[in-house]
Design a protein around this ligand. Structure first.
Ligand SMILES: [Zn+2]
Length: 185
């Protein structure tokens, strides 16, 4: 999970944007049903970083122990790698997704963890997170008004997403639920 935090911060730095609240990034509470999304807009780049307990995605938070759990991991990873199943920016902004980065140390050695070897899964941890980082390049960033988050329908365990936004119009936080799925920029 430490590697994941580093990735988040590095994206914000890459975009020339300071995090909204460094202390909030340093440690996100691990609460089943809750996830966080950080949104950063700078120039023509839009970065979206999802951090969620694995339970919201899989219903378990350990390395897959059998073929059924391995299939569940692969299906979840395939879904997260398609940005359009996670977050869709305003169509008018012409945003194109770059490579997706997934970090879930407990899934090291599976398709669910991109960080190079050397990050062994933490031993004897009861809980584990997944971080998924997306960077879009937008042809018309001035038309970026909202982001539709599409996770709720596919993830019935997920009840709430706390969103932190840093962009040209300043910083803000929003709360998404199954009934309110739009991040407004
Ligand atoms: Zn947990």
């Amino acid at each position: 999970m430490h590697a994941g935090k580093w990735i988040s911060a590095s994206i914000l730095v890459a975009l020339g944007t300071q995090p909204v609240a460094p202390e909030a990034l340093a440690h996100q509470a691990h609460v089943h049903g809750l996830a966080t999304i950080q949104v950063a807009v700078a120039g023509d780049k839009l970065a979206i970083t999802l951090n969620t307990p694995l339970d919201n995605l899989l219903g378990f938070e350990s390395a897959p122990a059998n073929a059924s759990q391995r299939r569940a991991v692969d299906a979840m990873v395939a879904r997260l790698r398609r940005s359009e199943t996670v977050a869709v920016p305003s169509a008018g902004a012409g945003c194109v997704a770059g490579p997706v980065r997934l970090n879930a140390p407990v899934l090291a050695g599976t398709s669910g963890h991109d960080t190079p070897s050397g990050n062994a899964p933490p031993a004897n941890e009861e809980h584990a997170n997944m971080e998924a980082a997306y960077v879009f390049t937008c042809a018309r960033p001035e038309a970026l008004r909202e982001i539709e988050v599409r996770l709720f329908g596919e993830l019935p365990r997920l009840k709430r997403i706390d969103v932190q936004i840093a962009g040209p119009r300043g910083q803000a936080s929003q709360r998404l639920t199954t009934k309110n799925r739009l991040v407004r920029l």
